[in-house]
Ligand binder design. Structure first.
Ligand SMILES: C[S@@+](CC[C@H](N)C(=O)[O-])C[C@H]1O[C@@H](n2cnc3c(N)ncnc32)[C@H](O)[C@@H]1O
Length: 276
């Protein structure tokens, strides 16, 4: 995948990168299996996200609208879903896929730091894997809170790179790689700070759910992440190019031998805006 990686600096400005198509493909590669799992249990998703038919829902940083379309199915024709993204290319593709199937779903270009909506417009505001890439996640969260009605729900999901694991954890090179992985996103530890931020901003009934993502095989997302880690570790002088290449090779060897293991957590934080 070359030297273009799905990190915060590129996610923050997809249209300005040398190859925006990479990010569209990346989302399709990584969201397919996740959406399948969600579709297997719509009621579980509805309850976990405080959704009801007829609700107005905002999906901030919606990308290609994988979640927006799913949210639109759940709230139904009496509801309204807005997918917002700052990438025109993402939104054009999201719109093309939608093809007017759910007229209650619309896509809007905008910046998560300055949401173009009146106060209290939505019942639920949702952001999946967005805040960790932003310049000012606190501001974006405050904006989500502002546009949510009193008594409504705010949900933010981000990666937690504080406790990653991999098979080779005990080698000195692997330990240095894990250190780089912790720092590779602008806010790789944001997920842990979210419950505190929710409370500071006045959200109530704050709940945290941890999902451990464990990979037993190399896939395009894990490969991109670790190629990126190697590039960054070499650039920082943490490892030599030969050590980096050997590390990638050893991951593939582990895969061939059936003992591949890479894992990190994703935290879903949910809170309720104080009733008026
Ligand atoms: C990692 S992707 C997640 C996409 C989607 N939430 C999903 O899970 O499929 C991050 C998305 O946030 C968008 N984005 C980045 N910075 C943004 C900003 N300041 N305002 C709005 N969207 C932004 C990117 O264009 C990209 O589509």
């Amino acid at each position: 995948m070359g030297t273009l990686h799905a990190w915060h600096d590129t996610w923050a400005n997809v249209d300005g990168t040398s190859e925006p198509g990479f990010f569209l493909r990346f989302l399709d590669m990584t969201r397919g299996a996740l959406m399948q799992a969600l579709r297997a249990d719509p009621e579980g998703f509805r309850q976990a996200h405080g959704l009801e038919q007829g609700y107005r829902v905002l999906d901030v940083g919606c990308g290609l609208g994988h979640y927006s379309r799913w949210l639109a199915e759940i709230v139904g024709a009496e509801g309204r879903v807005v997918g917002l993204d700052n990438s025109r290319l993402m939104l054009e593709e999201a719109q093309r896929r939608e093809e007017g199937r759910s007229p209650w779903l619309e896509f809007v270009q905008g910046d998560a730091h300055w949401l173009p909506f009146e106060d209290a417009t939505f019942d639920v505001s949702y952001a999946n894997l967005l805040l960790e890439h932003l310049e000012d996640p606190r501001r974006a969260l405050a904006e989500m809170l502002r546009v949510t009605r009193p008594g409504g729900t705010v949900i933010v999901i981000d990666n937690d790179f504080e406790n990653p694991e991999m098979m080779q954890t005990l080698t000195p090179v692997a330990l240095r790689m894990l250190q780089v992985l912790r720092r590779i996103f602008r806010h790789g530890s944001l997920a842990r700070q979210l419950p505190g931020l929710f409370s500071e901003l006045g959200l109530e009934e704050v709940r945290v759910e941890e999902v451990r993502n464990a990979f037993k095989k190399m896939n395009p997302m894990v490969e991109d992440l670790f190629l990126g880690v190697v590039d960054r570790a070499v650039a920082e002088g943490q490892v030599t190019p030969a050590e980096g290449a050997a590390h990638m090779a050893s991951m593939l060897e582990h895969e061939a031998e059936g003992r591949f293991h890479v894992a990190w957590s994703t935290l879903k934080v949910r809170g309720r805006k104080k009733a008026a």
